[in-house]
Design a protein around this ligand. Structure first.
Ligand code: SF4
Length: 69
């Protein structure tokens, strides 16, 4: 599964980092780093992170259209 975070929406609430630390990492105040290719064993965590993000900045697999990396 792939994931993309809309960094223009992300407010650095770090819910995703808390729920899926292997995929999301917060650097400094606004720098969210993440793995676009989600390992199979992290998919459920990433789904929870997407659901928990207060601003719905996390897009998952199906929603990530071609061209997104
Ligand atoms: S939970 Fe959402 S707003 Fe918070 S750091 Fe993650 S992507 Fe950004």
């Amino acid at each position: 599964m792939r994931t993309v975070v809309d960094l223009t929406r992300c407010q650095g609430y770090a819910q995703c980092v808390f729920l899926a630390p292997a995929v999301f990492e917060l650097h400094g105040e606004e720098g969210l780093l993440y793995a676009t290719a989600v390992p199979d064993d992290q998919e459920e965590r990433v789904r929870q992170a997407a659901a928990a993000c207060p601003v719905q900045a996390i897009l998952l697999g199906e929603e990530v259209k071609s061209g997104a990396r």
